[in-house]
Design a binder for this molecule. Structure first.
Ligand code: ZN
Length: 1006
């Protein structure tokens, strides 16, 4: 049996190898404290006391190492991290981090910017003294891996750097203000990383730079701490819900990673990229007890590198495994998250060649220790959660801190153990981003220099710059080949078509000099590609509940031309890289009348408000002047100094032409409406994006709550337009009117007091958040419109307007199977003579999240049915399908033609309806549909549209005359997450033309 022996000896050899590697694995440092290092006994005793069950601890956090020189969090907190009843303000957290910095060379604190309300954001680096001394050379090494062009994509050079570089793991806490645990967990984590001498922690400290932003939403944190203090001072009372987090938005601060409108997003991305970090790990609290909300169940974002997908799985699986081995229940990954949208803060890393991670741990929304009872689906054992959380348990902030810290420490340790792999991956992902044009395409995205909507184009390019995407400008005209347009399948029966069909030929397109080229051979090509490309979410996807929006295609959302170019020739076009955008605005020609073409650019409104004294008229028809065609809605300015106009036009990216004479066409004045901006005390999230848009455009408004209406004696005397943006939060008309019950409970104040100094900020205040608009407020609103005011509403507030009888002839049909989840849909211009439509072409892409579905009628309370093939078919009888039926023994009678009208059209009243019917709306008072949803086949532009038939062709924007005034109803949400600039002007036009909304209106004769 020679062969046998040979096999045996080989086997023996390989067994030895295996033993060897096992021995190596055994040498991995173990998660246990260093018995030689003294423990801070008092602190440790409190950790154990505040932890409600021993299995909510781990060997990594069941003690605190003592130090004679470095202060523990107790010096600032007065207690241990996660102690009951204690939440520090951001300022206290920073104070502690700066004490650490003073006490040990292993900690450094950096200021990384400020918030909208001027509060500081920081990043804290913790690592060995050696690593922190060599930050700059290390940053340079990492920078070469981040941009492999610097080493000519040389893998050998990269391998060298990979062995030398120290990776950076960036942790961010409490972006969501009611999720309160992270700051104290991160204070203690910083201490442990700086002080603990156990081999396990030392490995992390020596091997990795841990970067920590303990408070991401600083404005919201301070408000939350105020509220918690109020709660402690009034333990038996209900405490106010956190209605404002940051200045603008609440939970959506974690949906800003695309448009980058919020300071916190900009500051975190700038920090992440300045450090060339490999991981961005964002801490949240909502799921028991630790859900690694990174891996999800798909569909995964289609633009991320598959290498990253593997990294999510590797780190996630190992993380769950480590904590499970500690005996900690309720740690899992996979589950409800889908990982499709790139809007989350953590996704900044995924889109910039790093690793995105997110924890949901279990928070109590404050620092109370509470009995927590879970829903059955939360404690159910599933394939991805073999060790689920307990159905019922006493839960503390300390438990939460234990999970956060244990999860982070095991992650850091595993990351360090495998850092060469992750650094190499980092390099590979960056390199593959640069190789995109040749490996996968496209080669570039091009935005043409002759874009008529220059200011919107500039805004989109600004988003790219904030994302650190490189933009170049072509110095000469160029032409590229575009792939042939795929033809839609023709019906098989159409023989002749089938035979004559030749394959469609590729087309070419010329771009003028000065066109913007976003090259895909750059390290951050992936984010540009993801944001500019189209999305398709199959209605048959096994994931039936998208976690967030399904589409974001920014070219469509900003309404500007973006061409995806696969042709690699585009990369050899002579071009120059831009570091900043040059304003494109200008004033050309000679004359004292100035014309600005209207292309629905939001900055036109800024101009109106800025040039207060100028006389501005809008052309109600298109015209020609100086050999140029001007569209309807063109601004005609008089009485303005050319120099003022030049400066304004330049900064607003508007192109102005001076004309010798005033064109003789019908015009009306464009006025700066006095705006009342209405919000509720139910939720300020959706409206926050509207506020941000108005502030960016420098449009002034009075910001008041629905409660304030009743007390304003004459709304119409003070205001021209009331903006009532969507409320969200499942609010309906009843909650808008009634608010929360006041017949029980206690007032919920939103006021600055010595107890709550930070609540109000620059927003609104009230002694009691509970009351809604009330019926007196409703009466005021009706009076306002009756006296000629304009009320603008969207989605749920449109339904509110309908409920209070302000939208005669408009009704809402409930959706049945329709599923349009944060998608981009096609809409079509119905009435281009309406000032609301000025500047728009026939097709307008818009953001839609399931409606509502509006129907218009000319009879109050009238019902409409869809005329389709099922209606209008003939009954069984004589003749062919198209013949009339007949009745035996009678002269054939002539049935009158059924009136035909499209779904978006207001049907004329029938003869029967006219008969003695006071419910027939007179022609001049009927709804005027401005935009409608596209036909079913054209409805989907990007994202998930299922059952779109229910809303196809229905009105999307309606101007309803009411009394002397108007109510303008939106079914789309025109102002959303800083991403929908294409539809801003529908709102802004309403402001500018509030007293001329009937311009171009054509009424039926009867
Ligand atoms: Zn959260």
């Amino acid at each position: 049996m020679r062969q046998g022996r040979w096999v045996k000896s080989v086997l023996l050899g390989s067994l030895l190898c295996i033993t060897g590697s096992l021995a190596l694995a055994d040498s991995e440092s173990q998660p246990r404290r260093d018995p030689k290092q003294p423990v801070d006994e008092a602190y440790t005793a409190k950790i154990r006391k505040y932890t409600t069950q021993p299995y909510f601890l781990s060997p990594l956090v069941d003690y605190l190492p003592a130090s004679t020189t470095v202060p523990t969090p107790e010096v600032v907190l007065g207690d241990v991290a996660g102690a009951p009843g204690m939440l520090p303000y951001a300022e206290d957290v920073y104070k502690y981090m700066r004490l650490l910095e003073k006490a040990t060379p292993r900690v450094k604190v950096y200021s990384i910017g400020t918030t909208e309300e001027g509060r500081e954001m920081i990043a804290v680096a913790v690592s060995s003294e050696e690593n922190l001394k060599n930050l700059e050379p290390n940053r340079e090494r990492l920078g070469k891996l981040a941009d492999p062009r610097s080493i000519h994509l040389d893998d050998t050079e990269a391998d060298k750097l990979v062995t030398q570089a120290v990776p950076v793991y960036y942790i961010t806490g409490t972006i969501h203000s009611p999720e309160t645990g992270a700051p104290t967990a991160l204070m203690e984590l910083a201490y442990r990383l700086a002080v603990d001498e156990s081999p396990y922690i030392r490995d992390i400290r020596d091997g990795v730079v841990t970067l920590i932003t303990p408070v991401v939403e600083v404005d919201g944190r301070d408000r939350m701490v105020d509220i918690y203090k109020w709660h402690l001072a009034h333990p038996k009372e209900f405490y106010p819900p956190l209605i404002y987090w940051g200045k603008y938005v609440a939970h959506d601060n974690n949906r800003d990673a695309m448009a980058m409108k919020l300071k916190l997003t900009q500051n975190v991305l700038n920090t992440y990229l300045a450090w060339n970090a490999q991981v961005l790990h964002d801490l949240h609290e909502s799921v028991p007890y630790l859900y690694d909300n990174t891996v999800g169940d798909g569909p995964y974002n289609a633009w991320v590198d598959p290498i990253l997908v593997d990294e999510w799985q590797m780190i996630g699986a190992r993380n769950v495994s480590d904590l499970t081995k500690f005996g900690m229940p309720g740690v899992f990954t996979h589950g409800v998250f889908d990982t499709w949208s790139p809007g989350y803060l953590m996704f900044l890393a995924a889109m910039h060649n790093g690793i995105s991670r997110l924890y949901e741990t279990f928070g109590n929304g404050g620092a109370d220790t509470r009995e927590r009872t879970l829903e059955p689906e939360e404690y159910a054992r599933t394939w991805y959660r073999p060790n689920p959380p307990l159905p019922k348990t006493l839960w503390s902030q300390r438990n939460n801190n234990n999970y956060e810290e244990s999860g982070l420490l095991t992650s850091l340790h595993y990351f360090n153990e495998n850092k060469r792999l992750f650094l190499k991956n980092f390099y590979l992902k960056s390199k593959r981003s640069i190789q995109k044009p040749t490996e996968e395409g496209p080669a570039a995205y091009v935005l043409p220099a002759d874009e008529p909507r220059a200011s919107l184009q500039a805004d989109l390019l600004q988003v790219m710059l904030k994302q650190h995407v490189e933009i170049s400008r072509a110095s000469s005209e160029f032409e590229v080949t575009l792939p042939p347009k795929k033809e839609k399948k023709r019906p098989k029966t159409d023989d002749t078509e089938e035979k004559s069909k030749t394959p469609p030929a590729p087309t070419t397109r010329k771009f003028p000099a000065g066109s913007y080229v976003i090259r895909m051979d750059q390290p951050y090509s992936r984010v540009a590609d993801a944001l500019l490309d189209y999305q398709y979410w199959s209605p048959k996807d096994p994931q039936t509940t998208p976690y967030d929006d399904t589409a974001w295609t920014l070219g469509e959302m900003f309404g500007v031309q973006v061409t995806r170019v696969v042709d690699p020739k585009v990369l050899v076009v002579p071009m120059e890289r831009l570091t900043e955008l040059q304003p494109a605005g200008e004033v050309s020609g000679e004359g004292t009348v100035f014309a600005i073409e209207n292309h629905a650019e939001p900055t036109l409104t800024t101009l109106r408000y800025r040039l207060k004294d100028a006389s501005i008229d809008a052309a109600e028809e298109g015209f020609e002047a100086g050999g140029r065609k001007y569209p309807r809605g063109t601004f005609l300015l008089k009485g303005v100094e050319r120099a003022d106009l030049v400066a304004t036009a330049k900064s607003l990216n508007l192109r102005v032409a001076a004309l010798a004479t005033v064109p003789s066409i019908k015009t009306h004045p464009v006025r700066a409406a006095r705006i009342l901006y209405l919000h509720t005390w139910i939720s300020t999230q959706s409206e926050g994006w509207w506020r941000l848009a108005l502030d960016e455009l420098q449009i002034p408004y009075d910001y008041k709550s629905t409660q304030a209406l009743a007390a304003i004696p004459d709304l119409r005397a003070k205001y021209d337009v009331i903006l009532f943006p969507p409320v969200g939060w499942n609010s309906n008309s009843t909650t808008i009117i009634d608010g929360l019950p006041t017949t029980w409970g206690n007032p919920l104040p939103w006021l600055n007091t010595p107890e709550t100094p930070n609540l109000v900020g620059k927003n609104d205040s009230t002694p009691d958040m509970r009351p809604g608009m009330g019926w007196e407020g409703v009466a005021k609103l009706r009076e306002f419109v009756g006296k000629g005011g304009v009320l603008l509403t969207a989605t749920d507030t449109s339904q509110f307007a309908e409920a209070i009888g302000l939208s005669n002839g408009v009704s809402t049909t409930p959706a049945e199977k329709m599923k349009i989840v944060g998608a981009i849909v096609g809409t079509r211009l119905v009435d281009n003579a309406s000032p609301i439509a000025y500047g728009y072409g026939e097709k307008v892409s818009a953001y839609c999240d399931n409606g509502p579905i509006f129907t218009v009628n000319s009879v109050l309370g009238g019902r409409r049915r869809r005329l389709g093939p099922e209606g209008g078919t003939r009954p069984t009888g004589r003749g062919t399908k198209d013949d009339p039926d007949f009745v035996v023994g009678r002269t054939p009678d002539q049935a009158p033609d059924q009136p035909e009208h499209e779904l978006w059209e207001v049907p004329l009243p029938t003869d029967e309806q006219w008969n003695n019917n006071p419910r027939v709306i007179p022609p001049g008072a009927r709804p005027r549909v401005i935009l409608r949803y596209a036909d079913e086949k054209d409805l989907l532009v990007s994202g998930l549209v299922d059952g779109g038939k229910e809303i196809a062709q229905h009105p999307a924007v309606i101007d309803v005359p009411s009394g002397q005034g108007h109510v303008v109803l939106f079914s789309i949400n025109p102002v959303y997450r800083g991403e929908t600039e294409n539809t801003y002007a529908l709102v802004l036009n309403t402001l500018l033309h509030y007293d001329s909304l009937n311009a171009g209106r054509k009424d039926a004769e009867k």
